[in-house]
Design a binder for this molecule. Structure first.
Ligand code: NIG
Ligand code: FE
Length: 393
């Protein structure tokens, strides 16, 4: 296989390849043994058994490593400055997590120069990429003024296409006595300034942040400006977030730690993905979300890092997979699907999260014979090679 443009590359002898396309291989993961993948430019051109791989300009011998689609991390808060080591220390001595800690990061972020924020985003994206993340959603939400939120979405947009406006993260400290005034700011001038740089609108619907009516106002205002909704829902306790997400056709309801049977049912009957963020429960020593009833009811589940300096300071999708398998009732196959194809569904993308002809050439190799080792060998840096947009990183 040769082209006049970019040279083609075949990656051969992949011990076991997760394609996430059941028409290409075995089971829901579409597994192919001793597989090969051909990359042409930034796209996957061919997938199949090594013995049938077409001729290419270049060849890479995977030498018995496992192959997977690059991880799709559909939830992170990377535009921030400072850290919250003290808060984490206090939590690990027994203090509970509350939404109020966000204010510490808001103060540090407002005080930071643009260059420092860019450098931080680039640093955590690179950290994620080394661990196999090739699609990364990034939220604003640590500015909470028109200028600071607009700056945050602009900075995020310089690094990723998946930008989320989260001006409704908490009520700004400047509006402590006037939450309604803050919702007016978020749905008015702040949205106007941020919408051109974002694809998504999000709201933290939770006691201590925004109630159901306020969350609805934020999401519908964002939708009227062309943004697509997603919701921080039912993280710290039961609440209206999941039902609101489903009602508005949100791409995902994120956290889903405290669900009623009606919430599970609503998710199962909808296209709204339940995005579970085990790093948050790990880092706040909270009760794990239970993936089992969601999966058994037929809901689509995604796994993401929630990378942020407060509740979940990890950029590692392999770590989240291991936690989901150990503590959230997922099988290794389900967790790997949720961290790849599930994340793609949560971002309404069909070009990532799978290894099929025409998909973006985002894939990784593991120093292990199968994807199961991501959970079987927790904490071990198994990702050896990553291709992103067809480029080996
Ligand atoms: O997803 N839930 C709201 N936002 C973040 C927490 C951010 C913070 O504590 O700084 C989350 O967990
Ligand atoms: Fe979050």
């Amino acid at each position: 296989m040769t082209t006049t443009s970019a040279p083609t590359t075949a990656i051969t002898h992949i011990a076991q390849l997760v394609t996430n396309d059941p028409s290409l291989g075995e089971g829901p993961l579409g597994l192919i043994q001793d597989a090969a993948v051909v990359i042409d430019g930034d796209r996957i051109a061919w997938v199949g058994p090594s013995s049938k791989a077409p001729a290419t300009d270049n060849a890479v011998d995977a030498a018995g490593r496992a192959g997977l689609p690059g991880f799709v991390d559909s939830h992170s808060h990377l535009v921030f400055a400072g850290d919250r080591t003290e808060e984490f220390n206090a939590r690990m001595s027994g203090r509970p997590y509350s939404a109020g800690g966000i204010r510490t990061t808001v103060a540090a972020t407002r005080a930071a120069a643009d260059e420092a924020l860019h450098a931080n985003v680039a640093r955590y994206l690179a950290e994620g990429l080394r661990q196999g993340t090739t699609t990364q959603e990034v939220k604003s939400g640590y500015g909470l003024t028109v200028e600071d939120e607009a700056r945050a979405v602009r900075i995020a947009a310089a690094h990723t296409d998946e930008v989320t406006f989260l001006g409704a993260h908490i009520v700004s400290p400047d509006y402590a006595d006037d939450p309604a005034g803050y919702v007016e700011l978020v749905t008015g001038p702040m949205l106007d300034a941020c919408a051109p740089h974002a694809r998504w609108v999000d709201v933290f619907c939770e006691r201590g942040a925004f109630d159901g009516d306020q969350a609805r106002a934020v999401l519908t205002a964002g939708m009227a400006k062309g943004l697509l909704p997603r919701v921080h829902a039912n993280q710290l306790g039961p609440g209206p977030g999941v039902q609101l997400a489903v009602e508005l056709g949100a791409a995902s309801a994120d956290h889903c730690t405290h669900l009623s049977y009606a919430d599970i049912d609503a998710l199962a009957q909808s296209d709204t993905v339940a995005t579970l963020l085990p790093g948050a429960e790990f880092s706040t020593r909270a009760t794990w979300p239970d993936a089992r009833p969601l999966l058994d009811a037929g809901a689509t589940v995604a796994l993401s890092t929630d990378c942020n300096p407060g509740s979940s300071f990890t950029s590692s999708m392999p770590f989240c997979i291991a936690l989901a398998v150990r503590d959230m009732g997922m099988t290794p196959d389900e967790a790997v699907w949720s961290a790849t194809a599930g994340g793609a569904r949560a971002l309404r993308r069909d070009d990532v999260g799978r290894i099929t002809p025409g998909a973006r050439a985002d894939l990784l190799l593991l120093d292990a014979p199968s994807h199961v080792h991501l959970a079987y060998r927790p904490g071990v840096p198994l990702v050896t090679d990553v291709w992103h947009n067809g480029v080996r990183r």
